[in-house]
Design a protein around this ligand. Sequence first.
Ligand code: PEP
Length: 283
Amino acid sequence: MRQGRYWLDTWKHLIAYDSKRGAATVDIRSIAGTINMTKLIAGNWKMNGLLAGSVALAGGLAEKVKANPGLADVAICPPGPLIRDVLTAVDGSSIAVGGQDCHWNETGAHTGDTSATLLADMGCSCVIVGHSERRADHDETSDQVKAKAEAALKAGLVAIVCVGETEAERDTGQTETVVGRQIDGSLPGGATPQTVVIAYEPVWAIGTGRTPSLEEIEAVHAYIRNRARESHGLGSGLRILYGGSVKPGNAAEILSVEGVDGALVGGASLTVEDFWGIIESCP
Ligand code: PEP
């Protein structure tokens, strides 16, 4: 029943819903395009976790999601070597599993890299590209992020494209300039609200316990939506996640901000209790 490139039809619970109705296909694009779309809560595990603990985390989360369906779309992005076991641990739940990065080539001499094609072949539904830690630690440019996102779409994965300003850039009033440039340069050609998600992650808020004000988050999300509409024809159906120190204690207010369609979560995605606390906070 896997249909390929559309965002929501990669999520297992919608496919199951589709089967239950006995319908051959549902035009998921019309569901994704509604204003009050289901929030997406995506966990970025980064370079954390060993095998046993990660399987326990994924399994614990799967149990919660199965027992409380429909609160949010949920994705987890473990380190690459754990993907296979994490996929097994969440089997039978609606949790989607994704990569944290991919190469722009499908195959070749790229030691240490992983192709989007392999992620898709393993059973992943999405991949994060352009995270600020990769832009900073690996000197990734927006051109490269765009190429990675294009490879993701070609492989049938949803690309979660990250953008965000540094503290110095915010302090000098450059947030819109920087984020705008990243949007223009990083979004893949042919992007649609079903194949691309944008994550706005102010670099200074990642892992620091600091967040922008709710008004600031709303303003940047509105700016991103307009910019993505102008540059790539993406509009109201586009999911824009906020990322940066989202915790159970602040998730409800952040997720209620106009234009925030979910969250990309780092540190608080590493325990069932915290990540579930965020999922439960979805309005
Ligand atoms: C991230 O790195 O994507 C992130 C949002 O991290 P944290 O939630 O820990 O700030």
